[in-house]
Design a protein around this ligand. Structure first.
Ligand SMILES: Nc1ncnc2c1ncn2[C@@H]1O[C@H](COP(=O)(O)OP(=O)(O)O)[C@@H](O)[C@H]1O
Ligand SMILES: [Mg+2]
Length: 353
């Protein structure tokens, strides 16, 4: 098959995406698949790249621009310089993290182009990206989530520290509703930190959430599948030293992972159940990584669901599958298969009455 890797993007997670793409390109089964490289430059332009560009940190703005042509069964992507079609992709492996990538926008474009793509569909991607919407659905399904408050940009001036503390206690976590990789996420222990955190979070989104702090272990589970998702063992992010957390989570590759996490059988079962349920509540397909907290008392909170988790060979998601006996190469194959399966099911639906 011809697999188009779509990576880079406009979000602050551009570099992580390029790294994920580099690793996927190296690991993909070359006897079964050919690769086409489509980079989204930091301005959002789609570019046809060569293998040599995978060594770059950012997607170059020097490569040929691509144009998208909806309404065709094939040749939906053409080069703007020559007006020629690129090799027809059988599946798009879109691995753009964060806004304009993981949030349903790219998934919507690919739906409109009628191209199969890896990972959750438009709605699940959008809802999982929005921490406010995701938490409402998870809570409604009976899953535990951190207590929190939501504020929009126009309410900024009215956010009152003492009123928030009365409801949620201290310390507080402040984050943009839609972002990833800890960008704009801050812990605040006093009014000064709180004000600075709010200001920063609003740099990244017009909606922010303020949460109570959950004290517990950070545990993650990898989920894979369409109708019948499968879960892996649990991975743990080494608890950050007090306040080194900003540095620690900027890059997933710098975080300390332990796989498998040291949990009891009963805890493992509970964590896997929660992960699977969270995946299904948000209607995920393909893959997602479910991030949880487990308190000393054994309560499991869902923190967030990442529909395009870090995907380098040393990232949590592929490593959890590796531990389960599914190699990185086999995982890529399975994601491609799931993308085609979903696309076929959608294509079978009637659009006529
Ligand atoms: N309510 C909370 N209680 C405790 N720690 C939190 C809370 N919210 C976030 N964190 C910490 O901040 C990190 C980043 O926050 P997260 O919500 O996962 O945002 P991102 O989408 O940027 O990964 C988490 O991995 C965790 O260490
Ligand atoms: Mg996170």
């Amino acid at each position: 098959m011809n697999i188009a890797l779509l990576f880079g993007g406009k979000s602050p997670e551009h570099e992580i995406s390029v790294r994920s793409a580099r690793n996927i390109a190296a690991a993909i089964n070359k006897e079964k698949h050919k690769l086409t490289l489509i980079g989204v430059d930091p301005n959002g332009g789609w570019r046809l790249l060569g293998k040599e560009h995978l060594a770059d940190t950012f997607v170059t703005t020097q490569a040929p621009r691509l144009a998208l042509v909806p309404g065709r069964k094939q040749d939906q992507i053409i080069r703007l310089d020559t007006m020629e079609e690129i090799a027809q992709p059988d599946v798009i492996f879109a691995i753009i993290h964060g806004p304009y990538g993981e949030d349903g926008t790219v998934q919507g474009l690919l739906r409109v182009l009628d191209l199969p793509f890896v990972g959750p569909d438009v709605l699940s991607s959008a809802v999982a990206m929005d921490k406010d919407f995701a938490k409402r659905l998870l809570r409604e399904a009976g899953l535990m989530v951190a207590k929190g408050l939501v504020f929009h940009a126009h309410e900024k001036e009215a956010i009152d520290y003492m009123a928030v503390v009365n409801q949620l206690g201290t310390p507080l976590f402040i984050k943009p509703a839609n972002m990833g990789s800890s960008v704009g996420v801050h812990k605040a222990r006093n009014q000064v930190e709180f004000s600075a955190a709010i200001k920063d979070a609003f740099h990244y989104d017009r909606k922010i959430i303020i949460e109570e702090m959950i004290t517990g272990r950070e545990l993650e589970c990898a989920v894979l599948g369409n109708e019948k998702p499968e879960v892996t063992h649990i991975g743990e992010i080494a608890t950050a030293e007090e306040y080194s957390f900003d540095a620690k989570y900027v890059s997933e590759t710098e975080a300390q992972l332990s796989i498998p996490a040291d949990v009891t059988d009963a805890e493992l079962f509970q964590l896997q159940m929660v992960a699977k349920q969270a995946y299904q509540v948000l209607g995920c397909e393909g893959m997602a990584r479910v991030d949880m907290f487990m308190t000393k008392e054994g309560d499991v909170y869902v923190n967030e669901i990442n529909t395009l988790p870090g995907f380098t060979n040393i990232s949590m998601y592929p490593q959890l599958w590796e531990h389960a006996g599914t190699s990185y190469t086999a995982l890529i194959d399975e994601l491609i298969r799931l993308a085609i399966e979903r696309h076929k099911a959608q294509a079978a639906l009637s659009m006529k009455r």
